[in-house]
Design a protein around this ligand. Structure first.
Ligand code: DGL
Length: 274
């Protein structure tokens, strides 16, 4: 393989495939090397230090494949460890999920009442709110933000239960405060959530615009990517563990058949109380 011939993408697991789907749609000739850290998912309920350590190791793995660009297809990593990825990547451009989604929210929100949903780690980092308020100040727009962690959305998506009654009950329970706050734009700040977009849209109603952070980020990748297109890309999908349903759920997330999925193992020594 020639140098820097792929776009490296990583997530804590399967959720980043919703971003790969958008990349496939916009950049069909690009080769994707994807890593899903399925052995250590979820990241969203872990501490900042742990997610930063995982982000470092995930980036090191992708760098072995000499990517020309890295997409951090995980909002949790984008929220608490984007600087870790960027410092390891050096000159290689890194696209996270947060900045593109915030720009889009400010562009499409008419009332300035913007909701954000994500994992516990993403929401408690306030990364979205900080970025939204900074960007709003830059463009001279008045906004109010409403954030809500929705930890049960990830297992619902992983289980493939997005069309079941339980999904609607859970979505209603979490999103009621945002509905009452009369937001007009909602950022799906987790790469698993596009799987639930139908039920989220149903619960929030037609007046609320939904932003798929991965889709907006993929648009930004396309703007950066003007050259080095390959005619017949051979994608590579790596995981740190092969869960029972990765293939079937992954193919549903992606909307395409997955090629052979390879397993990788981190070989590191344990350190007790460093
Ligand atoms: N895909 C992750 C994100 O976008 C959520 C899953 C997890 O908790 O690891 O934050």
């Amino acid at each position: 393989m020639s140098e820097q011939n792929c776009i490296g993408v990583f997530d804590s697991g399967i959720g980043g495939l919703t971003v790969v789907k958008e990349l496939f749609a916009r950049l069909p000739d690009e080769r994707i090397v994807y890593f899903g850290d399925t052995a250590r998912v979820p990241y969203g309920s872990k501490s900042v230090d742990t997610v930063r350590r995982y982000a470092k190791e995930d980036t090191e793995l992708l760098l072995l494949h000499q990517p020309k660009l890295i997409v951090v297809a995980c909002n949790t990593v984008s929220a608490v460890a984007l600087d870790v990825v960027k410092s390891l990547a050096g000159d290689i451009p890194v696209i996270g999920m947060i900045e593109p989604a915030c720009k889009e929210a400010l562009r499409i929100s008419s009332s300035g009442r913007i909701g954000i949903i994500g994992t516990e780690a993403t929401i408690s980092s306030k990364a979205y709110e900080i970025e939204l308020h900074n960007e709003a100040e830059r463009v001279g727009k008045k906004i109010e933000t409403f954030a809500k962690a929705c930890p049960l959305f990830v297992p619902l998506a992983e289980e493939g239960w997005e069309d079941k009654v339980v999904a609607e009950l859970v979505v209603r329970e979490y999103l009621e405060p945002l509905h009452e706050a009369k937001i007009d734009t909602l950022i799906l700040g987790c790469t698993h959530y596009p799987v639930l977009i139908k039920v989220i849209g149903h619960v929030m109603g037609n007046d609320v615009k939904l932003i798929n952070s991965g889709a907006v980020a993929a648009r930004q990748v396309k703007t950066l990517e003007a050259n080095s297109l390959k005619a017949k890309p051979e994608h590579l999908f790596l995981v740190s563990d092969i869960p029972r349903k990765f293939q079937s759920i992954g193919e549903r997330f992606l909307g395409y058949p997955l090629p052979e999925i390879k397993q990788v193992v981190f070989e590191e020594a344990w350190v007790v109380n460093p």
